[in-house]
Design a protein around this ligand. Sequence first.
Ligand SMILES: [Zn+2]
Length: 141
Amino acid sequence: MTISELLAVLFPHLTCLQIDGVCRSGRSVRIWARTVSTQAACSRCGPVSQRGRSSYERRVCDSAVGGQETVLHLRVRRFRCGNDDCAATTFAEQVPGLTVRYGRYSVPLRTLLQAIDGRSRPLACVDLGPAGPRAHSVGDR
Ligand SMILES: [Zn+2]
């Protein structure tokens, strides 16, 4: 088994991302990643847009790695919706199987936490911490 195959087995929800870096920070494993798609479907009305405007970093708590908290520093793109009747002028892309709109927890972590305590929303589990030196809020691409 190659390293890539091993990573695909352990982190299937991250295989569609470009991983830019991984480090350990205190009790957390921090993973910097970005999407590689050039288009996304509007989360409100559905049509696919290729009109990317900018990108930003969002932090998403993910399932533990080796018993350590995991935080994704995920750079996603913001697109302009092409539907004039849509209430969303712009929207942020979502990563299927990983993120949901406004979600601070990955889909696998949500699923795990909901299975444990049956809540519809997970409890806070990781201190996302202050913005680090690599945590940029806005950037054009
Ligand atoms: Zn729309």
